[in-house]
Design a protein around this ligand. Structure first.
Ligand code: VG1
Ligand code: CO
Length: 544
């Protein structure tokens, strides 16, 4: 097999964001663009030479082409073996499970997650390390530094690899094992949950259940686990065929983009409904007439962990990303568990999970998971909720939430996204808040006393690494918080995220309209940032 060296000049902006490198498909398709980033990974990750790489993606447009290029490059860089999902498919949590189970040295996951796909949509690539988790900042920094000086890439001559049948093939000396994308993952989940109880629940004719795969990667996973293994009706898993453009939709499981499912649940025509995102790591959980906020979901799972066999012995601790509500902290405090607050992005949970300091972790952005993998895991959360329901016959999703709030208090919560904002305007608004921070403690805003205000910085308690500038926080004791940060996953202009949280411990006041309760905080955010005034917008694009 011939190996070729191709000269290239560095591309600007190949800096991984919150979760890998995400750009428009048109950017990725420039000659040498994908190659430059992939070569930077091989150049900086010495363990891959002679090692095993896991490769797969969410099936979006350009997935197969990218896989073909990466396979030829891996062969030229001396990778000994690649495990690739059949059809080029691996969900993010499944890739994590495969890396761990097969002792691979790393993985490349091709996805722009919840961002739209298709020729005019987004593509993405992220490197996961040997623990199965997203590369920590030190690794992404090294990869980025390499992209800035790279002058060429190595690639093997054209190789016809059949991605559609399991089995071994070769590119030069490198073995390519096409594997079933679901097997390892399904086997792992089976060890964590009470499948018998869940199967009994799903077969009950009065239990109206629906899972929406949003034409993204979870379709085959949901069919195998929920329908084939657990006996849910085939029709209960909808939009289950992964499409290159996700059917033109936005594969983001939230009330805006999973509207049909959301409306059906809110109308009370489903007892349990759930959806996942492009790469299968997010989850939205709904009951009849009620949506479970992702921050609440983490807290409920933590409080009920003993009901799932995989966690029956107890959990070591909980972590949440900074903007995620403090509902999990309330559970940790009552149960006497350690609780950690990390910057946004799953990569910050890895060291805590590896060190055994935490068992469960989550983010407000519809992400929850545990130490079974090193990524967030959409179907895991769905099965966990089903397990909790199945083990408490007669309780609805609403009952479980109400009881939870009565015991731990409720953290009213909402996130407001202003998408595709002019980058300069976004900066002006956030700079205004940043400048105001030092003078805020001691002041009263929205009828509440500010106790702290800062730009969140994090020191990893395990490895001591530091991350600064992770989001602006205005804290009103244990009563409320207001957080503002810029998205690190968008591909168009800037996306400003505002997060609002208000604590209520009176059960008589725990069923109010969320947006109405938070309105004073919305007004405070506008006073402090001037975001609407500066952008000329009347409100957020997405409210979750
Ligand atoms: C967003 C979420 C963050 C999540 C990240 C990746 O990042 O806020 O919590 O970890 O997406 O999720 P940002 O920087 O845009 O706020 V996924 O499912 O898109 O890989
Ligand atoms: Co995702």
């Amino acid at each position: 097999m011939t190996m070729q060296n191709v000269a290239i000049a560095p591309f600007e902006g190949q800096k991984p964001g919150t979760s890998g490198l995400r750009k428009k498909v048109s950017v990725f398709r420039q000659p040498g663009y994908l190659e430059a980033f992939v070569q930077a990974v091989f150049d900086t990750q010495a363990a891959l030479q002679g090692g095993t790489l896991v490769l797969g993606g969410d099936g979006r447009f350009y997935n197969r082409e990218a896989i073909a290029i990466i396979l030829r490059m891996a062969a030229a860089s001396g990778v000994a073996r690649v495990l690739v999902g059949r059809g080029g498919i691996l969900s993010t949590p499944a890739a994590s499970a495969v890396i761990r189970r097969h002792g691979a040295q790393g993985g490349l996951v091709l996805s722009a997650s919840h961002n739209p796909g298709g020729p005019d949509g987004d593509f993405g690539i992220k490197f996961n390390i040997a623990n199965g988790g997203p590369a920590p900042e030190a690794v992404t920094e090294a990869i980025y530094a390499r992209t800035q000086v790279i002058d060429g890439y190595r690639i093997a001559g054209a190789a016809a690899i059949d991605l559609d049948h399991a089995g071994r093939q070769h590119v030069g000396a490198m073995a390519v094992d096409v594997i079933d994308p679901v097997d390892d993952y399904a086997a792992l989940l089976e060890t964590l949950f009470d499948f018998d109880a869940i199967a009994a629940l799903l077969k009950r004719p009065d239990f109206r259940f629906r899972f929406d795969a949003m034409h993204a990667v979870t379709g085959p996973y949901a069919r195998r686990l929920l329908v084939d293994r657990l006996g849910a009706p085939a029709a209960s898993v909808v939009n289950a065929v992964p499409l290159e453009d996700f059917g033109g939709g936005h594969p983001d499981p939230n009330p805006v983009y999973a509207k049909d499912l959301y409306d059906a649940a809110m109308a009370g025509s489903l007892d349990f409904a759930a959806a996942s995102d492009g790469d299968g790591d997010r989850n939205m959980i709904l009951g009849a007439g009620i949506a479970v906020g992702p921050s609440d979901s983490l807290a409920v799972l933590a409080a009920n962990a003993a009901l799932a066999p995989g966690y029956a012995k107890g959990i070591a601790g909980i972590a949440r990303s900074m903007p995620t509500s403090r509902a999990a902290d309330a559970v940790a405090a009552q149960l006497g568990l350690p609780c950690f607050e990390t910057p946004t992005g799953w990569k910050f949970f890895g060291s805590l999970l590896d060190a055994g300091r935490i068992t469960l972790c989550g983010e407000e952005s519809y992400g929850t998971s545990s130490d079974h993998v090193r990524e967030k895991d959409g179907l895991w959360a769905v099965l966990f909720w089903l397990n909790i329901l199945a083990r408490q016959p007669g309780l609805t999703v609403r009952d479980i939430l109400r009881r939870h709030w009565a015991r731990f208090g409720r953290h009213y919560y909402s996130r407001h996204d202003y998408e595709a904002v002019d980058a300069g305007q976004a900066k002006t608004a956030l700079d205004a808040l940043r400048a105001a921070l030092p003078a805020l403690p001691g002041r009263r805003i929205a009828g509440l006393a500010v106790t702290e205000a800062d730009d969140f910085a994090y020191r990893d308690p395990v490895d001591g690494s530091e991350s600064r500038g992770q989001g602006l926080r205005v804290i009103f004791g244990s009563q409320a918080r207001l957080v503002a940060r810029l998205s690190g996953t968008g591909t168009e202009g800037a996306t400003v995220r505002l997060y609002f949280e208000l604590f209520e411990d009176d059960p008589a006041r725990q069923d109010d309209d969320v947006q109405a309760r938070l309105q004073p905080l919305f007004d405070a955010a506008e006073t402090l940032t001037g975001l609407r005034r500066i952008t000329g917008r009347s409100g957020p694009d997405v409210v979750t």
